[in-house]
Design a protein around this ligand. Structure first.
Ligand code: PGA
Length: 254
């Protein structure tokens, strides 16, 4: 079990323009459990980021992140956004390697590894997403696939860098499908991830790295998932779009 406070993260994907981002935080912030021992993180689309940052202001319990970054700091990469730009805009975190980036936009494990390094160089904490497809799970290869995705990133990473990562285990078959992994399945994979970290980085980093579960997390399954062994938080897609629903999930952690 990691010795971290729970992380409740919301990935808005391509939802919520600037006005919707402002409205979301206006509803969310007064409702957040006071003095709750948890970290809330929200990943708005880049075009809504400034509005979100403005709405959140100086609240130390709410962190903002970007959903994707390029691995170069600047250059001729039309349409891309860099980690230093995200940091300058107030981002503290960067999602890296989300399965939609890997599957729909052809992101390779090598690119994911480069993005993790770019995030670290810019002072952002990478939230690295890993997870197997249904086909891979049915073939009994889930743990192997996740270990390979982790190895691609942790190979050659300095201990200082490794200490700043967060991980989200998101089985691809559970994302946006309404199908959630059983808490026992999540616990099994989280244990395997923790073992990987112990072997690569030692017990201290393994124990301090937050490992989140993601995939159809909702208010009615959040508590069970958050109580599963080695689950340190949740990464929520669809159910993070509504402030009241997201707060309910945060309450499940406190
Ligand atoms: P979901 O998405 O909660 O809508 O399944 C999770 C994610 O993709 O991070």
């Amino acid at each position: 079990m990691a010795m971290t406070r729970p992380v409740i993260a919301g990935n808005w994907k391509m939802h919520h323009d600037a006005a919707a981002a402002r409205a979301f935080f206006a509803e969310l912030l007064p409702e957040l459990p006071a003095g709750a021992d948890l970290t809330l993180a929200v990943f708005p689309p880049a075009l809504s980021f400034a509005a979100a940052a403005d709405a959140v202001g100086a609240r130390p319990d709410v962190l903002l992140g970007v959903q994707n970054i390029h691995w170069e700091a600047s250059g001729a990469f039309t349409g891309e956004l860099s980690a230093p730009m995200a940091a300058a805009a107030g981002a503290r975190l960067a999602l890296v390697g989300h399965s939609e980036r890997r599957q729909l936009f052809g992101e390779t494990s090598r690119q994911t590894a480069l993005k993790v390094r770019a995030a670290l160089d810019a002072g952002l904490a990478p939230l690295l997403c890993v997870g197997e497809t249904l086909e891979q799970r049915e073939a009994g290869a889930a743990e192997q696939v996740v270990r390979e995705q982790l190895a691609a990133v942790y190979d050659g990473l300095s201990p200082e860098g490794a200490a700043r990562l967060l991980i989200a285990y998101e089985p691809v078959w559970a994302i946006g499908t309404g199908r959630t992994a059983e808490p026992s399945d999540a616990a099994g994979m989280h244990r395997s991830i923790r073992r990987f970290l112990e072997q690569r980085c030692g017990g201290e980093i393994a124990g301090a790295t937050p490992v989140l579960y993601g995939g159809s997390v909702k208010p009615d399954n959040a508590r069970d998932l958050l109580s599963a062994g080695d689950v340190d938080g949740v990464l929520v897609g669809g159910a993070s779009l509504n402030a009241a629903t997201f707060v309910e999930i945060a309450r499940a952690a406190s």
